[in-house]
Ligand binder design. Structure first.
Ligand code: ASP
Length: 439
């Protein structure tokens, strides 16, 4: 039988009502055999995610300060869920033990370990509730610093989940490093656990259950009536996610892509909605673009030097200076005697004057200038590849809205056109592009 990995995000595990929805979803398809859970998330916008409360508790405990405020919220939530589900679980004892360790030997409790307890306790409750087998992610999922799992770990996972008829629950978000220390993935990393399991267990599908019915073609806070995307390729989603579309963790795609396992983003609150499928091949469609995404807070260096094109290693040396100062480099559209380097403003601000001085000193440019408050917008779609005039339509739409385009970058793959505009024009530019290509 083909198996499906189902990852349920924080909103799908926020309270007992959501736990019951998860159960119905699993009962709806007997192929849903492997369940990955996040820590309980927010029940309303004012509330904190439990993971954030674990981080604050650790912070306070490590400074020997009173951590009862975040800790009580954590305790209340887990106990409320178990009570509402009428479970006689050991969660209370586990929480008490953790509390004791935080009081008595907080220095031995690593931040990764405590943060991972959000997922661990949630998976314990979920497996109890579903009558499923609980499998701990530590030390089964072992990964290197790039989050690539070790070959041995790959085999261990396949063996641990080998019974095709059993229902399994595993906590997301953590595993261990190659030295055997418990380590968390980056934030949102339960998605990565789902991808790793789908790959190691050769699943037919990875369902990622969240609180929206898939991806939209543009941010609904900007384009209110944005259409949903039924199908998007792995390549398109990478471009969209990198450019700011916030769906599932970037690093969760690669393990599925290797084995061509499709990912279906589904809505726990509306399980009948088809959601978005992320798959290997470009969709056969007449649609020109698949989606638009963007991010603010970029800065651009403009460096001018006559005969720059003849100076070997000029670009490499400029990028090396940025690297030395920890500035994240994004893209670099170039002229003959000028080079523009777009960087993340947050990483530049603290070191701006040092970086400028170093470039002036080492590269001797005729001119160097920094432009701040820029936004990058990516328009993505396989449909653009063979459509003559896509770029001209895009720039016409922006010109009609009197938007000044500061940066243009079209990769040779032609599935992505990136433009840079002033931050004040960000929303207007996304709306203009959407209206031109979608309706
Ligand atoms: N609970 C973790 C976080 O809030 C991981 C996850 O939800 O995927 O980032």
């Amino acid at each position: 039988m083909a198996r499906i990995v189902c990852k349920f995000g924080g909103s799908s595990a926020a309270d007992s009502v959501q736990f019951r929805k998860v159960k119905c979803i699993l009962e709806g398809n007997p192929e849903r055999k492997i369940v990955v859970v996040s820590a309980p998330g927010k029940r309303n916008p004012q509330e904190a995610k439990l993971t954030d409360l674990f981080y604050s508790s650790h912070d306070l405990a490590s400074k020997k300060l009173d951590f009862s405020e975040p800790w009580n919220l954590i305790k209340e939530r887990y106990l409320e869920i178990t009570k509402d589900l009428s479970l006689r679980s050991t969660i209370r004892e586990e929480l008490n033990k953790l509390e004791e360790s935080m009081r008595e030997n907080s220095s031995e409790l690593t931040i990764d370990f405590l943060a991972s307890r959000g997922e661990y306790l949630c998976a314990k409750i979920m497996s109890d509730f579903l009558g499923a087998k609980f499998i701990d992610a530590y030390p089964l999922i072992q990964f290197d610093s790039q989050y690539n799992i070790t070959p041995q770990s790959q085999k261990n996972i396949a063996a641990a989940f080998s019974d095709m008829n059993s229902l399994y629950v595993i906590p997301g978000f953590y595993g261990s490093d190659v030295e055997g220390n418990l380590k968390t993935f980056p934030r949102g990393g339960s998605d990565i656990t789902g991808g790793i399991l789908a790959n190691a267990c050769n699943c037919a599908l990875y369902e990622n259950w969240t609180d929206v019915s898939g991806l939209l073609m543009a941010d609904p806070r900007i384009v209110k009536d944005a259409h949903s995307i039924n199908y998007v390729s792995y390549r398109e989603i990478r471009e969209l996610a990198y450019s700011g579309a916030n769906v599932l963790h970037d690093d969760s795609i690669a393990p599925c892509r290797i084995k061509n396992i499709p990912i279906n983003i589904k809505n726990t609150n509306n399980p009948g909605d088809p959601g978005t499928i992320i798959g290997p091949t470009p969709e056969n469609t007449s649609r020109v673009i698949t989606g638009i995404a963007g991010r603010k807070e970029f800065s651009m260096f403009y460096i001018e030097k006559s005969m720059m094109n003849k100076e070997k290693g000029f670009g490499r040396k400029v990028l090396a200076i940025l690297e030395e100062y920890g500035v994240s480099y994004e893209l670099s559209p170039c002229g003959i005697d000028s080079m523009n380097v777009v960087v993340d403003s947050k990483s530049l601000h603290r070191v701006e004057s040092e970086v400028c001085k170093e470039i002036e000193h080492k590269m001797q440019p005729n001119k160097i200038k920094i432009f701040n408050n820029l936004a990058l917008i990516a328009t993505v779609g396989h449909g653009m590849v063979n459509q003559i005039g896509t770029a001209s339509r895009l720039f016409d739409a922006l010109a009609k809205e009197k938007i000044n385009v500061r940066i243009i970058d079209q990769g040779s793959s032609e599935i992505n056109i990136i433009i840079g505009v002033n931050e004040v024009d960000f929303e207007k530019a996304i709306t203009a592009i959407y209206r031109e290509f979608v309706d």
